[in-house]
Design a binder for this molecule. Structure first.
Ligand code: HSE
Length: 317
């Protein structure tokens, strides 16, 4: 029976890389509490010809040249890894809803949604580990460095810690389900490549120790179920000191939210999205309002109250 016309669809959630305390090795998937979607969708279908179309609010920022499009690169890589490729060609639609260069794992969303939809269409050909390695490979080419801190949470959900082991490249951390994470995208892009160039090549020994200490305390408190103390351990000595000043409005918004009692405030991924953590919904609403009024700088900006998403990429059919 012909496979032409068979379809699959997937959604991949936005994520916050680093979570401030784990530069390049920690990431959290995000779920809006109001039910709105924060992430990208991809629809795929076996067809006579390969074809990619972009739709959605941010379709206009997708490159005209399909070869430059991460969804297409994901398809190309997926296809190249098939041992016996007797499958038909693929028509693909990227529904691009997340702004690019936002610090919300936008490129990871396109890659994760694409590969998840493709794997379903191709009968779950690849294992989760194979999928993750492919996701990392495409992200590395796009951002200039291999880091799984967006693709892993977007694919698996929750709070993911990257491990140096290729057998077990990511470790699931306990999900701090009492946290509200307020994210605010100011409405302008801060490309990850550029944000990485401002970081020093070497760090002071005291900062290296402080970083290890903060991350260790964070993880220990998570495993002890101390979600407030875990949030209070979120400190960034690696990236924020160098990026914070470059993100217009970040330092004053951070200081104001700390003053208002936020348990943690930081840069989501490479920025410019800011995140703030609280365990009180009323506080989260105050932060959302403050950020709407003081941090957004164009009509493209937005602020949302989120939870850590327990589920990552999902099939939609
Ligand atoms: N961890 C990366 C960075 C961005 O801060 O440069 C998210 O993948």
């Amino acid at each position: 029976m012909s496979q032409i016309g068979q379809r699959a669809s997937a959604f991949a959630p936005a994520s916050s890389g680093n979570v401030s305390v784990g530069f390049d090795l920690l990431g959290a998937a995000l779920l809006r509490i109001d039910g709105g979607e924060l992430g990208d969708r991809v629809n795929v279908e076996f067809a006579e010809q390969d074809e990619l179309t972009n739709s959605g609010e941010y379709a206009h920022v997708c490159p005209d040249d399909a070869e430059q499009n991460l969804a297409w690169q994901a398809y190309r890589l997926f296809r190249s890894k098939l041992a016996n490729d007797s499958f038909p060609k693929v028509k693909m639609e990227l529904v691009k809803s997340l702004p690019v260069g936002s610090g919300l794992g936008s490129s990871a969303c396109s890659v994760v949604a694409s590969l998840t939809a493709l794997n379903r269409l191709f009968g779950h050909y690849f294992s989760d580990n194979d999928m993750l390695l492919m996701m990392g490979e495409i992200e590395a080419a796009a951002s200039g460095d291999l880091h799984y801190d967006n693709v892993a949470p977007s694919y698996f959900g929750g709070l993911q810690l990257m491990s140096p082991s290729t057998d077990e490249p990511v470790l699931d951390l306990p999900i701090p389900d009492q946290w509200y994470v307020v994210v605010a995208f100011p409405g302008f892009a801060f490309p990850t490549k550029q944000a990485r160039e401002v970081l020093p090549k070497q760090y002071d020994k005291h900062d290296v120790i402080a970083n290890a200490q903060n991350l260790s305390v964070f993880i220990t408190q998570l495993f002890k179920g101390q979600q407030v103390k875990a949030a209070q351990a979120i400190k960034d000595v690696v990236a924020e000191p160098f990026r914070g000043e470059l993100i217009k409005g970040f330092v004053s918004a951070r200081n104001a939210l700390v003053e208002q009692g936020a348990l943690a405030v930081g840069i989501s991924g490479a920025g410019p999205t800011l995140f703030a953590v609280t365990t009180e919904l009323a506080e989260a609403k105050n932060y959302e309002q403050y950020l709407n009024e003081h941090y957004l700088q164009s009509e493209n900006g937005f602020a949302h109250i989120c939870r850590i998403a327990p589920q990552g990429a999902k099939h939609l059919d």
